[in-house]
Design a protein around this ligand. Sequence first.
Ligand code: NDP
Ligand code: 8X3
Length: 256
Amino acid sequence: MSSLIGKVVFITGASSGIGAACARVFAGQGAVLVLTARRHARLTTLASELSAKYQTRCFSGELDVRQQPQVEQFVNNLPPEFASIDILINNAGLSRGLDPLFDGELEDWEEMLDTNVKGLLYVTKAILPGMLVRQSGHIINIGSIAGRQVYPSGNVYCASKFAVRALTQGLLIDLVNTPIRVTEVDPGMVETEFSLVRFRGDAERAAQTYRGLTPLKPNDIAEVVLFAATRPAYVNISEVVVLPTDQASVYHANRK
Ligand code: NDP
Ligand code: 8X3
C-alpha cells in the first residue's frame, strides 16, 4: 500500500455523505485535506473533528463547483502547503426530481448538468495543470451505476453520470503518456442525503428509496476510493462498480 502521509487530497462535496466519508478515511491515513462544498459550517465542524482525532491539517473553503471563476480563483489561491494537490476526488453531485422527461423541470436539468458535468470539468481544469507540471497526481471521479444503465425517470441524472463516465475515459486516454492516474468509482444505492436532495427534503419519499434492503454506507465507498489511491504508482484502478448485496442493477433489488 502506497503511503498517503502528507499527500494533499482535494475533495468536492465534503460536507455530506460520500465526500465526508472520504475525508475521514484519508485523514485516518495521514493525508492533508482540502475540504470544499457550499455549506462551509459543516466543513469547519468536520475539519475540527479530523484535527482532534488525527491531527489532520485541513483547509476548508466554501466552493460552488458550478461557478467557474470561483473554482479557478479558489484553486489558484490555496495556501502554499495545500497548493500541490496529489489527489482530486470529484465527488460533488446531486439529483433533482424523478419524473419522465416530458414532465422535467428546466431548472432541475440545469442544476444537475451544471453540477455533475460542468462542475467536475471546471474543478479538473483548475487542478490538472499543476499535476502535469509536477508529473504526478490522481483524479478520482464518483460516477454511478446510473452512468451505466438508465432507469425510468432517471433521464437527465443518468445522462449526467453517463457524461462523467465518458469524461473519465477521455481523461484516461489523454493522460496515458503521463504518470497521472484516473479512476471512476460507480456506486449503487448508498444511504446519504442524496435522496433527500433529489426529493427536496421529502424525508418519507427519500426513505422509500432504501425500503426493505440494506444500502451501502458512505464509508463503504470511501474505502474503495482509498484502495484505488493507495495502489503502487504503476497500477491504475480505472473503474469500479460497488453495489449493495441487495442490488443487482438499477432494475433489480431484493426488497423484503
Ligand atoms: P449527499 O447529498 O450526501 O452529498 C452531496 C455533496 O455534493 C454534498 O457535500 C454537497 O455539498 C455537494 N454539492 C452539491 N452541489 C454542489 C455544488 N454546486 N458545489 C459544490 N458541492 C456541491 O450525496 P452523496 O454523498 O450520495 O453524493 C456524492 C456523489 O455520489 C454524487 O456525485 C452522487 O451523484 C454520487 N452517487 C451517490 C449515490 C447514492 O446512492 N447516494 C450512488 C451513486 C453515486 P453542499 O450542498 O454543501 O454544497
Ligand atoms: C445514485 C444511484 O441509482 O439512485 O447515483 O440513481 S441511483
